[in-house]
Design a protein around this ligand. Sequence first.
Ligand code: URA
Length: 440
Amino acid sequence: MTTEPFAAVDVIRAKRDGSRLTGEQIDWVIDAYTRGVVGDEQMAALAMAIFLRGMDAEETARWTGAMIDSGERLALKCSRPTVDKHSTGGVGDKITLPLAPLVAACGAAVPQLSGRGLGHTGGTLDKLESIPGWRAELSTDEITAQLEEVGAVVCAATPTLAPADRKLYALRDVTATVEAVPLIASSIMSKKIAEGAGRLVLDVKVGSGAFMKTREQARALAASLVEIGAAHDVATTALLTDMGTPLGAAVGNAVEVAEAVEVLRGGGPADVVELTLALAREMLALAGLGDVDPARVLASGRAYETWCRMIRAQGGDPEAPLPKPAHVHVVEATESGVVTGLDAYDIGVAAWRLGAGRARKGDPVQSAAGVLCLAKPGERVERGQPLFELHTDTPEAVAAALPLLDAALTIDEKGADDDALAAGKANEGVVLERWESGRS
Ligand code: URA
């Protein structure tokens, strides 16, 4: 019989009572959980104790290290400087799609190992899988070759990367322990560090459609992420960005790909372009390519060419028509006025109910499902004007989405006065704050 150096119940009790966990306790509990020696019920209790009591920077860095060590590390080699980006998750967040080829077209290499969506936030792989023929699963050799030849890869993370996080994240999802700063920060950073990221830009979302609802919470997460980066020798920058309103007009799968392609062709919604360029500048600065102007590269069409090569390299046809929904329902304005609010969470749940997302891991998603938001905060609308287009293959889902759209949108009937426009945040940018190496 193998003897374990600790008893799980003592580790749980220590954190429950507000003590710091020792490095040895942390290494053991993560390893023992991965081996199945610590049970789900014990890890759930420990996650709740951490949720309530927190972990300091040293504990969080050690916890991250233990999760990295639960699996393999990927060492991707490339002749160009590599730089990665991660978003904490939002509604209409298709930024990876234009960003990865743009940064590659600027001279860096972007290995972006992504996940599928769960709940109201969409997953990058679900979006890309709406492109006919496109393949998410790549071998390490294929990733390396594509990185060298194209400069950008967006594909599924392999199951051997941070397996402790895979198990713990699924457990947190069903035990109301997701929204704990040290657990979110270690979860994200363990995967990125295991992937071999040496330079990382984090898009920390704040607002109703994000995990962090307030700026204070988002700042704490940004600070923890950059601290872990520093502790593990990863040059890390974090931008706090607005997720009170969906990004762009499109929320779903194929509709978001179409919007990303608009951006790559020089058009697209202003907020999507703004955030894509802001993140590109941060990535290029970390990669030592700070003198390259991503706006010029975007306008030149080179980012779109790189997108086409990236999609083709993974079996997709970038020119093929995207899937169309079996049913489209249009919601019109019942009054005239100025749009003063469009709640990201409600829109995310509406798109999910239409079939764009999944309720359980492994569920299929509808490629064509989603919501087009045709009026954004700050815009004037007239009675009878289309406000939303609902796309779905299951028309019976429309009834479940409509109340959410109704709740999401606020219209000030008084008209386009200054107060209404200010309430609609028409002039506030997407990027709110910047964090780097533990300072703002
Ligand atoms: N994304 C992750 O990868 N982990 C979390 O805990 C939350 C968001």
